[in-house]
Design a protein around this ligand. Structure first.
Ligand SMILES: NC(=O)c1ccc[n+]([C@@H]2O[C@H](COP(=O)([O-])OP(=O)(O)OC[C@H]3O[C@@H](n4cnc5c(N)ncnc54)[C@H](O)[C@@H]3O)[C@@H](O)[C@H]2O)c1
Length: 173
C-alpha cells in the first residue's frame, strides 16, 4: 500500500527541481494520476494566469472525477536581486534589496512563488552566485520532496496553516 494509493494530484513546477521530485514521489507512492503544470511543459501552463489554472483544475476534475492533492512548486528567481545579496556578503555591507527592487521585479516573483524550502540543489540553485552558495547547506530535491509528501499525506491531517522550515537550520543554527 502506498501513501497516495488512488489519489489524483496536481504538481506545479513539475518540470524541474523540487516539483519534479514531488511528482516522482507521488507516483512512486501510488497516486493514480499526477498532473504536471509547468510553463516549460507541454502544454505550457502559466500559474500566474488564474484562467489557465481554473481551466486545468476543471479538466482534472472532469477527467478523473476528483483532485486530492495540490502541490505548488513552481517558482522563479531574480538574478539581479541574488547579485545584490552576493555583493553585500562579499563586500561585508548591509543588505538592502527591498528599497532597490522595482515593482515589476517584485510582481514577477510574487505572481508565481509560494512554497518555503531552504536552499535546495535544483536549477534555481545553479543560478545562485557562488559567494552565496558557499554559505548555505543545500538539501537535495528528494529531501524536500519528503517534507512535501508528509504535508500532502494523512500523517499531517492535524497540521493546518503551518510553515515547515525545511532549511537545515539556516535561521536557527
Ligand atoms: N532551490 C532553492 O534553493 C530554493 C530556495 C528557496 C525557495 N525555493 C522555491 O522552491 C520552489 C521550487 O523551486 P526549484 O528550486 O525546484 O526551482 P526550479 O527552477 O528547479 O523549478 C521551478 C519550475 O517552475 C517552473 N515555473 C516557473 N514559472 C512558472 C509559471 N509561471 N507557471 C508554471 N511553472 C513555472 C519552471 O519552468 C521550473 O520547471 C520555487 O517556488 C522556489 O522559489 C527554492
Amino acid at each position: 500500500m502506498g501513501r497516495f494509493d488512488g489519489k489524483v494530484a496536481l504538481v506545479t513546477g513539475a518540470g524541474s527541481g523540487i516539483g519534479a521530485a514531488v511528482a516522482r514521489g507521488l507516483a512512486t507512492e501510488g497516486a493514480t494520476a499526477v498532473v504536471p503544470a509547468d510553463v516549460s511543459g507541454e502544454p505550457p501552463v502559466d500559474v500566474s494566469d488564474p484562467a489557465q489554472v481554473d481551466e486545468l483544475v476543471d479538466r482534472i476534475v472532469r477527467d478523473h472525477g476528483r483532485l486530492d492533492v495540490v502541490v505548488h512548486a513552481a517558482g522563479v528567481d531574480d538574478p539581479w536581486a541574488k547579485g545584490l545579496i552576493a555583493d553585500s556578503v562579499v563586500d561585508g555591507v548591509p543588505l538592502d534589496v527591498a528599497s532597490r527592487l522595482g515593482d515589476e521585479s517584485w510582481r514577477r516573483v510574487m505572481a508565481v512563488n509560494l512554497v518555503a524550502p531552504g536552499p535546495t540543489e535544483t536549477g534555481m540553485a545553479d543560478r545562485t552566485p557562488r559567494a552565496l552558495r558557499q554559505r548555505a547547506r543545500y538539501a537535495t530535491a528528494d529531501q524536500i520532496a519528503d517534507v512535501v509528501l508528509y504535508l500532502a499525506g494523512e500523517e499531517s491531517a492535524n497540521l493546518v496553516g503551518a510553515v515547515l522550515l525545511a532549511n537545515g537550520g539556516r535561521f536557527t543554527a
